[in-house]
Design a protein around this ligand. Structure first.
Ligand code: NAD
Length: 376
């Protein structure tokens, strides 16, 4: 079986789907690995490192043509997708629920699409394949570092001969995988940290990291599968009012709130931004074309308001730690490949609980039930 990784094409994407270490491991399991020339450069993996690991470094066309499985981080775009042939497999974050037209087209081409957004994350044998967790964890870590870097004051308390500096106060809104990693990192940098989530179950996790959990008075926002549900319009308003007080008491706010299949909820209003102190920092991990958690955040940009408040549109933070993020991503790819390659052939057993969701298209059909619903 031939596995290929191609160079990413999305702007601001610096990761690569396979690293030299996983290359070695795949070859050890009797596979062949093709890497597009320069695919790893932005993650600090050189063509030579891949070759030393046993890969063949080839041009894009050759990689796409000869692979049984094409591994990508993000959707490579229609032009590349149209070159895939019947029987080929593509694995990555293909954004299937939004790019549903492309999924239909790939089904027509008889290409099998496996997309990590569709992985049933609560099934324990899927955990090694969980790209959303591995990448969120990297993003949460970087969010805390980035905040400390642009914040014009110290993070830790400093007692010096020249006087004492108070520690920074960091508030994390949304304490899932990214939020918890942001809390842990900010804590290690010496800040005083609190966390807030609509899922009461996350209290224990926040407290075990040394953070204070701020209880939501909005009611239980837990939805299916360990995720949050979308709040009603009234609940959202009540939440924004409640959060305004918490935000005003903090210097740094890191937001990570997502609701699967919906626009990210607005947690920090224009008013809350205006009320923040000069030098306050907002890091919005949910910032995308769909909106974000912070009013005025712009994807990939840092906006400074008239009141000297900085708002970082940070939907791409995993990609800003590209070497480690790619290392973990590659491990997730390897786990999927090992799961579907049996005796030197690819078998997609659609009666398997993991595959019947992870697989978006196969044998000319749309397989994932959520995607099928979107298309009906
Ligand atoms: P996510 O990226 O979908 O959302 C991030 C956080 O935002 C979540 O904690 C969510 O509750 C919160 N949120 C959503 N709307 C909000 C609002 N209006 N106000 C405040 N917070 C809001 O979530 P995630 O980090 O991918 O994970 C969510 C949950 O799934 C966690 O409990 C995590 O531990 C769990 N999980 C379990 C497994 C597993 O069982 N293997 C794997 C991955 C994640």
């Amino acid at each position: 079986v031939v596995i290929a990784a191609i160079k990413e094409t999305m702007p601001h994407e610096h990761r690569v789907a396979i690293d030299p270490d996983v290359t070695k491991r795949l070859i050890k399991s009797n596979m062949e690995v093709l890497i597009e020339t320069g695919a790893g450069t932005e993650s600090y993996y050189s063509d030579e490192a891949y070759e030393a690991a046993g890969a063949k470094v080839v041009d894009r066309q050759t990689a796409i043509k000869q692979a049984n499985v094409v591994a990508v981080v993000q959707n490579p775009g229609s032009e590349t997708l149209s070159q895939l042939k019947s029987g080929q497999v593509i694995i990555g974050l293909l954004n299937p629920l939004v790019a549903s037209d492309q999924m239909q087209q790939l089904a027509k081409q008889n290409v099998s699409v496996l997309s990590f957004e569709l992985l049933p994350r609560t099934i324990s044998r899927a955990q090694t394949m969980d790209v959303l967790s591995s990448q969120s964890s990297v993003a949460g870590y970087k969010a805390a570092l980035m905040a400390s870097n642009i914040y014009p004051k110290y993070f830790p308390m400093m007692i010096t001969a020249a006087g004492t500096v108070k520690p920074a106060k960091v508030l994390v809104l949304g304490t899932g995988v990214a939020g918890l990693q942001a809390i842990g990192t900010a804590k290690r940098l010496g800040a005083v940290v609190s966390g807030y989530d609509v899922r009461p179950a996350s209290r224990g996790e926040v407290e075990s990291l040394g953070g204070t959990f701020l209880t939501s008075s909005v009611g239980n926002g837990a939805g299916a599968g360990g995720y949050a549900r979308e709040l009603t319009a009234e609940e959202q308003q009540a939440q924004q009012a409640e959060l305004a007080q918490f935000i005003a008491q903090n210097d740094i706010v890191i937001t990570t709130a997502q609701v699967p299949g919906h626009k990210p909820p607005l947690l920090v209003t224009q008013k809350s931004v205006q009320a923040a102190k000069p030098g306050a920092v907002f890091i919005d991990l949910a910032a995308s074309d769909l909106g974000g958690n912070v009013a005025g955040s712009k994807p990939f940009e840092t906006v400074t308001t008239d009141g000297q408040v900085m708002i970082v549109g940070a939907g791409d933070l995993a990609s800003r730690v590209p070497n480690s993020a790619s290392q973990l991503f590659a491990k997730n790819i390897q786990a999927v490949v090992n799961y579907i390659v049996k005796e030197d052939a690819i078998t997609l057993d659609l009666s398997d609980d993991v595959l019947k969701e992870l697989v978006a298209t196969h044998d000319g059909e749309i397989i994932n039930p959520r995607l099928r619903k979107t298309l009906n």
